[in-house]
Each structure stands twice: as structure tokens, then as C-alpha cells.
Design a protein around this ligand. Sequence first.
Ligand SMILES: [Fe+2]
Length: 338
Amino acid sequence: MTDPTHDAPGSSGIEGIAAITYATDRWDEARRFLADWGLTPVAEQPDQQQWETQNGAQVQVRRIDDPSLPPAIEPGPTLREVVWGVHDDATLDVLAKTLSSRRGYWADCYENNRIDAATCIGALDPQGLRVAFRRTSKRALALQGSPANPWGAVQRIDTPSPVYERAQPIEIGHVVFFTDRLAEMEAFYAALGFVTSDRYPGRGVFMRCAPQGGHHDLFLLQLPTGQVGLNHVAFTVRDIHEVFGGGLHMSRCGWKTQLGPGRHPISSAYFWYFENPCGGLIEYNADEDHLTAAWQAREFQPGPTVFAEWAIDGGIDGHTRRQPKVEASGAFLTEKRG
Ligand SMILES: [Fe+2]
């Protein structure tokens, strides 16, 4: 079964994130990190590493001083471009009309109102990040997360839940940016067909790229400090067990947890965040809410209990499978008494 999140086109014609481009000065560390993260290496040249997720979403890594890159929205390693996949040429036509008045508008192979297979259009968003659109090249996958057995709806019979040794991300689930112009950014993406799922009024906006689909593909966050830049990129995995398996593997490889594992009340997703040598944070994410056009956006006030239903600070040690600094003695932690 393919991921239902993006099976239904919805009315925007935008399917999800097709590609992202990082720029970093931590070249070898980036290679090791993305391999441990579970991405598949596609090619490497002196100035470019190419990786992909299981469904064919592309992760490019470039040198931080590469003059051919779009402008950076912050100093240091960060994202330089986000490419969204669209279903058809008609959607590209509509997006081209909307984007043509924007700063930095460009179109490849877009002539005489006809689009060929190589077409990619884009512009700079109000923050100065290059955002582009092209026909989707996402692969359909026959993957399924482990069914759960909630009270009243048992789905997993005579079948244990899986334990993963490591993760293999399926797709690029969402990107999150700090912005100092939240209203302008929300209006820009809404004009392209994005829909607001939930918001922290004046502070943050969760947007999905089509009326029907996963809770958010884009989250924009405005801090009192006015900080601008990448917060994180989330990679979707099959289920909570793969979040754990992936996070424990990253921990065993020596990578640093920023926060997690844990669960967000907004979107309901399980998460585990790590520091990424390519820029910002990176997240394993599973089990997010699936919304339709009937969903009414909610409003929240920011706070730690709104961000996480629960979360483990400092991660879990991949060897002991306990919190760091908690001694693993006995076969079961519950053997200790008093
Ligand atoms: Fe996230």
C-alpha cells in the first residue's frame, strides 16, 4: 500500500517535497551522517552529494561556497532550495502565473506556454529562500507500517510489532523555517495553494500543500528574537518502531539528539530530533494526522506542553536502550525497587 498521505491529489495539485538542497562546510561528516540516517546514496562528485529517500525524493548536498547556489537565508550550513512535486502541467501553469510576479522568478524549458519534461519553475519566497516546482517523480511504494492494537480496534493478530535496527526514511515529510515575516510568508504559500492546518497566532503557522494530506508539509515559526533560517527537515518513517530504531541507530553512531523520542500533540506525530551537520535539525517522524478539506484550523498558545505530549531530553543511548546516565542493571529496569 502506498502512503495514503499523498494519494489524494487535493485541489492544489502539489504533492509534497520532491527535493531539497543543503549547503555545508562539513562535507565528510555530512556523508557519514546521511548514510547513518538511512538515505540511499545515488552519486557523488567533488561538488555534490546526491541521496534519496525510498520514494525517490532527492537530498542534495553542495559545498557552502558554491557560487552556483541560490542565496542563503542565514550564515553557515543550511537549506538553499526546496523543490515541490506537482501532479501535472496544468498545475505548473497555474503556479507559473502566481510566481511570475515574485522576486527571482525563473522557468526552465517554459516557452510559448508549453512545458516539456524538464520543466522546473521557481522564485524566492518572501524570506529569500528559493522555492521551486516540478512534475513529481515520486515512486509508489508497497510499504506499510505496523498496525496497532488500540482498545476496540485490534488490527494485529498473531503478529508481533517489528523492531528496527535502523531507519530507512520513506519521504521528506516537512520543512520548518524561522521567519521574521510570518504573515507575508503565510500569504505567499497560501497563494500557491497551501492550506493552513493550525496556528500559533502571530508566532507560527502549520501549512499543508494540499487540502487533503498529512498535517503539515511546511511550518513557519516567528521568534521574538527575529531569527531567520532553517529549523529542521523531517523524514517520514513507517511507524513509531522505526522512529525508535532509527534514533537508537543514530545514537549508537555517536550523533547528538536534540530532543526525543517524543510525541507532538499538534499533528499527533512521534518525533526524534538530531543535530545535522548539513544544517539545522533533522527529525524522524511517523503517525501524523491526516486531514481533509473539512478540517478547521485550530489556534494554540506556544508552550512546552503544546510542543510535546511527552519527550525525552537527551535521547536514548543506543547500546543500553536507556536514557543516558541511567545505569542499565538487571534484565529489566523494573527489577530495581526502593
Ligand atoms: Fe517536525
